[in-house]
Design a protein around this ligand. Structure first.
Ligand code: BF8
Length: 653
């Protein structure tokens, strides 16, 4: 068996010299370490490891952030452009008000922003494509390690895509549906199937604004065309394309990614698990999956229960194999399988610094390129698996669905064999895990409500729940780790506003205990009573970042039930600690769908008052929604509550 398993290829040379930052260490004294630890995070389990890193000179994201200060004020304002070699250019009034090509501040800022949206949309949608392709391969019989976990959802989707399926087998439907969904990426249909899930009036708004997407890849390519020098020169037109491109992510690539992941791996149902760095176990082989794609991580879940590998772990002196998640692929496993979650974005280096991690298996997105450097100070192996994401210093396995399980087993074997290299004196797993409740897919929420969203609508109409907010996105060293998420969430539930969360935002809430029914005690009286009667938390974990599409579907179903466009609903979005291009795309498709969205971190647009004004006000004229930026989470909660009350008044409730 072991002989047939693939072997890894080392990407460039192994980084085996732990490069401690001794220069910075010499600047540290106990008082400064104490201060930095408090400034960097509110995650109590992270603090001892941050302290150790500062004391011993292990570089972290926060150190690199500090080393980058002061940041370039032109880049920060979006006023630098390096798109072509006539530049690079910066807008520095009063004299340098145009780049070499003639682009002014508005154009440079808007082009930079469109580039960010297209990048984020491409990342989500390409992830979605990998999932859809797996479905197709299952149908064609070439990805035999995978199966159909939710046949009902498969048949419903087939129906939606116009595939008659009553007499066909699940496999036949998988092939046909996979193919139909892959066509969504091209441009032969000139529309996207899932757009029709939105209320008719919302679809009409998209048509009137000229932002109905025509194909997932097409909108990304169209956007990249427009940012080429000498194409788009009107900032409004450029930003409208940004909205169109983002819609092709939210109602396209991400939505397909979510739905097909449910088909292949199971639609999440409500379950309990645990979160924070303490989910690592001292006496086990610990393996973390980090990244986004469940096509890989679901195979690792299977591999860690392989009796031969478990026996090997025991032979090597471990009590067993402990699989933990990190970031969004962690959320995929948490939602569907209850696999414990070790943390969110800014926890990724700290998981290694516990000294108890045998391997971190990564696919793509949000993976610090410096992880092999961090790992070189410990015994952790960084295992990369995507040809798109080779990382110097990592061991690369060419993972593909047709050899999924055998590759996953080879990786797990490598981790198990690495247990003997662990230095017990270095093991430092701080504190204990926090329990959480997860698995709130729309299907699970409906089931908990007795089969439909009607009870939720009634509670909103009666004012017991004032409205709902999707809190999403990342961590960012510009913001104290988890502070923005946790404080905003607490402030909103206190105002009887239900929070639905995804990605790193949800994990922050999990670590703070907000994903348990007991957190209802922190909510306002009305929301508390609702949560207590339904035995649910006031903050619902809806999944990974591609699962923001679940929030869109929830909004669409509420709009359809009330026969109103999405922008009339008492709902909002927030991204208190966002950093990623993907988050820009999410924010853009929320707003384009009619959802007022508050950002906690200012995008790089302040150099163009015209672009700022369009995004924070002018868009209302096109899509009846806009962005706001408010770094203070308590003030952000006030903005959101005001918005929700206005929408309630508009609906006459
Ligand atoms: O897609 S929330 S830091 S892990 S980008 Fe990344 Fe942001 Fe986390 Fe997932 Ni989403």
């Amino acid at each position: 068996m072991a002989e047939q398993e693939p072997k890894p290829v080392l990407v460039r040379e192994r980084i085996d010299v732990c490069e401690l930052d001794r220069a910075r260490m010499s600047l540290m004294n106990p008082a400064l370490i104490e201060q930095k630890k408090k400034e960097r995070t509110i995650d109590e389990n992270a603090k001892p490891l941050i302290e150790m890193a500062l004391r011993e000179g292990f570089e972290t994201v926060w150190d690199r952030y500090e080393m980058q200060q002061p940041s370039c004020k032109y880049c920060e304002a979006g006023l630098s452009c390096a798109r072509c070699t006539m530049g690079p250019c910066r807008i520095i009034p009063p004299h340098r008000i145009r780049g070499v090509c003639g682009a002014d501040a508005d154009l440079i800022v808007s082009r930079n922003l469109l580039d960010m949206i297209a990048t984020g949309s491409a990342a989500h949608s390409d992830h979605g494509r990998d999932i859809v392709e797996t479905l197709y391969l299952v149908g064609m019989g070439t990805a035999t390690d995978y199966g159909i976990a939710d046949e009902d959802k498969l048949r419903l989707l087939a129906q939606e895509f116009g595939i008659a399926n009553d007499k066909k087998s699940a496999k036949e439907i998988a092939a046909l549906l996979g193919r139909a969904m892959l066509e969504e990426y091209g441009m032969t249909r000139n529309t996207l199937q899932c757009l029709s899930r939105a209320p008719k009036a919302t679809q009409e708004i998209w048509d009137a604004a000229g932002i109905t997407p025509r194909g997932i890849d097409r909108e990304v390519v169209d956007s990249m065309h427009r940012v080429q020098m000498g194409v788009g020169a009107d900032y409004t037109n450029i930003l409208l394309q940004g909205l169109r491109c983002s819609l092709s992510d939210g109602w396209g690539g991400s939505m397909l990614g979510t739905d097909v992941s449910d088909v292949l791996f199971g639609t999440p149902s409500i379950r309990e698990s645990k979160v924070n760095l303490a989910v690592l176990k001292k006496d086990h082989v610990n393996i973390a999956v980090h990244g986004h794609n469940p096509v890989l991580s679901e195979m690792v879940v299977k591999a860690v229960t392989d009796p031969e590998l478990v026996a090997l772990a025991k032979k090597n002196g471990a009590a067993g194999i402990n699989l933990v998640g990190l970031c969004c692929t962690g959320s995929e496993l948490l939602m569907r399988k209850g696999v414990p979650m070790s943390g969110n974005h800014l926890n990724q280096e700290l998981v290694i610094m516990t000294g108890a991690l045998e391997a971190m298996i990564v696919d793509y997105q949000c993976i610090f390129p410096s992880l092999p450097r961090t790992a070189s100070c410990f015994h952790t192996l960084i295992v990369s698996t995507s040809p798109k994401a080779k990382i110097p210093g990592s061991y690369f396995f060419d993972f593909s669905p047709d050899k999924g399980l055998v590759t996953a087993k080879a990786i797990v074997r490598m981790a198990v064999e690495n247990f003997k290299n662990r230095n017990p004196a270095r093991v430092n797993i701080p504190g204990s895990p926090v329990p959480l409740m997860t698995g709130f897919s729309n299907e699970a929420i409906k089931k908990a409500l007795g089969g439909s969203f009607k009870p939720l609508i009634n509670l909103i109409a009666a004012g017991k729940i004032r409205g709902a907010v999707g809190i999403v996105g990342c961590n960012n060293p510009h913001v104290k780790h988890d502070y923005g998420h946790v404080e905003l969430t607490k402030a909103l539930i206190k105002k009887n506003i239900l929070c639905v969360e995804t990605g790193c935002a949800a994990i922050a809430s999990g670590k703070a205990g907000l994903l348990m029914p007991s957190a209802a005690a922190m909510a306002g009286d009305d929301l508390r009573a609702v949560c207590e009667s339904l035995k649910i938390p006031p903050v619902l974990h809806m999944g990974s970042c591609v699962d923001n599409s679940r929030i869109l579907v929830l909004a669409a179903e509420l709009g359809n039930a009330l026969n109103v466009p999405i922008h009339k609903l008492p709902i909002a979005g927030a991204a208190p600690e966002w950093y990623s291009q993907k988050a820009v795309s999410i924010g853009a498709y929320f707003v384009a769908s009619g959802v007022y969205t508050v950002l906690g971190v200012m995008p790089h647009i302040s150099g163009s008052p015209a672009v700022v004004s369009l995004l924070t006000d002018g868009l209302k004229g096109a899509v009846n929604a806009n962005f706001a930026v408010e770094p203070d989470p308590v003030k952000a909660a006030d903005l959101i509550a005001d918005h929700i009350e206005k929408k309630r008044t508009g609906l006459g409730i």
